[in-house]
Design a protein around this ligand. Structure first.
Ligand SMILES: [Zn+2]
Length: 136
């Protein structure tokens, strides 16, 4: 019998008994069960959120100052190290300076880095050969 089923049975029996203390205790018990049910739903949501974050963290590979999302045969990038490590968010980096330089930057935290590999990936949208060894 489930908790809610047991509570209904106890409520039916309590309605046959004229006892104020019993009714108060039953109401308190119903409120506690409701609070525990809500707390369990919140925790289950948090666990699902953490499992998803853990799975994502396992797929994020740090290489040459940036993160790459390696999901089986698919590699996607590049993502800001600072934003992922500190704020736990994935921020795609973009090319910011092209004249003789290979700077890329994060549109969120505005950090700029000089990375030939990441720059080349963004510019050509082609995975550089040496990134292929990141696959697990
Ligand atoms: Zn950033």
């Amino acid at each position: 019998m489930s908790i809610s089923g047991a509570l209904k049975t106890v409520s039916k029996i309590a309605n046959q008994i004229d006892n104020v203390e019993l009714h108060r205790a039953l109401i308190e018990l119903q409120n506690d069960v409701l609070a525990l049910t809500e707390e369990r739903a919140t925790r289950e949501g948090k666990i699902a959120e953490l499992e998803k974050a853990l799975e994502l963290k396992g797929k994020m590979k740090h290489y040459r100052s940036v993160y790459w999302l390696v999901d089986g045969e698919n590699i996607e990038g590049v993502f800001c190290s600072k934003c992922f490590d500190i704020d736990h968010i994935m921020c795609r980096m973009v090319i910011t300076k092209t004249e003789g330089q290979r700077w890329i930057s994060c549109q969120n935290c505005k950090i700029e880095i000089d990375s030939y590999l990441a720059y080349t990936y963004i510019q050509r949208n082609k995975i550089p050969e040496d990134i292929l060894n990141l696959k697990s």
